[in-house]
Design a protein around this ligand. Structure first.
Ligand SMILES: Cc1ncc(COP(=O)(O)O)c(C=O)c1O
Length: 410
């Protein structure tokens, strides 16, 4: 495990005068916080002896039923017995990796991929092999070719880790036709899929996409979370897994923490049972849509034409590509000095690539702040381009390892 050299910079970036387009923090201020306070207080007075007691390793049975209701929105038919409640989906990732990975085993992941997952894979000494991705998600041909090449070389592939909806960091979504292709390729090759889906219900247009797990109960482990649809502070996520894997997950969960907090599990259960949670998700969607629009409009009107970016249909993130010869990590200190922050692209690849990319988050700052942040960033990029034109491209730096910027930035 390695600390990121950019961590210290992000401590500065969290000052109020800096517009942070870096953090992936949900805008929990949009929750009815009085109601949450009452709910929590009532939980202690009415169900204190249960809420403050140890729970089971698999998680509260009633909450697991409710989780099945949530997953039904994405076409998943599952039984509560197949669900393991975890400390956010991050812990599910950790447990899955702990169960499957021996040092040197291969994990396939989109390039770029979620920094928190890459950090976990690296901690267990997995070798991450990236699969090409475009505006429609994972490229099936790249997946098939990579699996073939690894199999031919005798490399043990343990699973494909994928974020099909509003991917972190790229903001792209796997299209419907490719979903079936990805399932078919993995099924044929006997490769397990880990489907990480914290943003699936935060789409701005139309109905949620059907989960990969909806069409394959045996070959997919599905990870879900209440962090983005309710609040990350409860730290309630889950894994839905075939029985053999579920059994190992429960054992791994018990060895890690005995059981998840009964208190926060019951609080989330109570919230789902008594509050209009679908309406709340709609409120979040509208709020994030307005911010996405603010970011895309500002990029369109302020960025030099050589900069390109993705157009997410949901979630939190835009992935921007800088002109040739610019290195996002090298320009971060200058951007922070100009009071704007982003996450450099290198954090999202395990192989040191990504220097020309940056992740821009629109989930947390208000729309006016987003516009101001883009204005500052565009100025920095223009200056960098002038320097490049004056002094040549220089060398885009080599990066090693995974840059883990810290939980509030994940
Ligand atoms: C793709 C992805 N997976 C997992 C997580 C972890 O979320 P949590 O542990 O809060 O459920 C995040 C958080 O940002 C994420 O973006």
């Amino acid at each position: 495990m390695v600390a990121s050299e950019i961590r210290a910079l992000f401590a500065v970036a969290s000052r109020p005068e800096v517009v942070s387009l870096a953090g992936g923090m949900p805008y929990v201020t949009a929750l009815p916080l009085d109601m949450v306070g009452e709910l929590v207080s009532e939980l202690v007075t009415r169900r204190g002896p249960v809420a403050l007691q140890y729970g089971s390793g698999q998680g509260d049975p009633h909450l697991r039923e409710q989780i099945c209701d949530v997953m039904r929105l994405e076409g998943i038919q599952a039984a509560a017995d197949d669900v393991v409640v975890t400390v956010g989906s991050q812990q599910a990732l950790d447990l899955i990796t702990r169960i499957f990975i021996d040092p040197g085993d291969v994990v396939l992941a989109e390039g770029p991929s979620y920094v928190g997952a890459l950090g976990t894979f690296s901690a267990y000494q997995a070798k991450v092999v990236h699969i090409a991705m475009d505006d429609q998600g994972i490229v099936p041909e790249s997946l098939a070719q990579t699996i073939y090449a690894l199999e031919t070389a005798g490399a043990p592939i343990k699973f494909l880790y994928t974020i099909p909806n509003f991917q972190n960091p790229a903001g792209v979504t796997l299209n419907i036709a490719r979903r079936q292709q990805v399932l078919d390729i993995c099924q044929r090759a006997g490769v397990l899929i880990i489907e990480d889906n914290p943003y699936g219900l935060l789409g701005f247009d139309g109905e949620p996409m059907p989960a990969l797990r909806a069409d394959n109960a045996d070959g997919v482990v599905y990870l879900g979370s209440f962090s983005k649809t309710l609040a990350p502070g409860f730290r309630v996520g889950w894994a839905l897994a075939p029985h053999a894997i579920r059994d190992k997950l429960v054992l791994a969960m018990e060895s890690a923490v005995l059981s998840h907090s009964s208190f926060t599990q019951l609080a989330v259960g109570q919230y789902l049972a008594t509050q209009p949670w679908r309406e709340q998700i709609k409120t979040f969607r509208e709020l994030y849509r307005e911010r996405r629009d603010a970011l895309l409009d500002a990029l369109e009107s302020l960025m030099p034409p050589e900069v390109t970016w993705t157009r997410p249909g949901g979630g939190f993130f835009v992935w921007a590509t800088l002109p040739e010869g610019l290195d996002s990590k090298a320009i971060l200190p200058r951007a922070v000095a100009e009071r704007v922050a982003f996450v450099p692209g290198t954090g999202f690849f395990s192989d040191g690539s990504g220097a020309r990319h940056m992740r821009l988050s629109y989930c947390y700052p208000e729309p006016d702040r987003i516009r101001e942040g883009v204005r500052r960033l565009a100025g920095v990029i223009e200056q960098e381009m002038q320097l490049r034109d004056t002094f040549g491209t220089g060398s885009v730096r080599e990066h090693n390892g995974v840059d883990t910027p810290g939980p509030d930035l994940a």
